[in-house]
Ligand binder design. Structure first.
Ligand code: FES
Length: 100
């Protein structure tokens, strides 16, 4: 497994959002309620970019059709859909992901 650094850990604060391109995939790195999340920046419904989503009280709401997801689990609150989430890895001063 290879560690891919996405951001310096000290830059992450609540409200932080960044879209990062990793090997052809657009990822959204964000912090909410002191927790860091990394998700695919594409809504599983119809592909809206999720960096424009509202995120409040642990719920991410897609900007296109309003489907809501639990940011912890990635599960749709009403619809049977799921965000693609990636484990958050820490290495030294960096936050990133592990890839094969
Ligand atoms: S594209 Fe996200 S709810 Fe439709």
């Amino acid at each position: 497994m290879r560690f891919i650094a996405l951001e310096k850990a000290h830059r992450l604060v609540d409200g932080y959002r960044s879209v990062v391109s990793v090997e052809g995939r657009n990822l959204l790195l964000f912090q909410q309620d002191n927790q860091i999340h990394i998700i695919d920046n594409s809504c599983p419904h119809a592909g809206a970019k999720l960096d424009k989503a509202t995120i409040e009280n642990g719920v991410l709401r897609c900007p296109w059709h309003g489907i809501c997801f639990d940011v912890q689990t990635g599960n749709g609150l009403v619809h049977d859909m799921q965000l693609i989430k990636f484990p958050v890895c820490h290495q030294g001063a960096d936050i990133g992901i592990l890839l094969d």
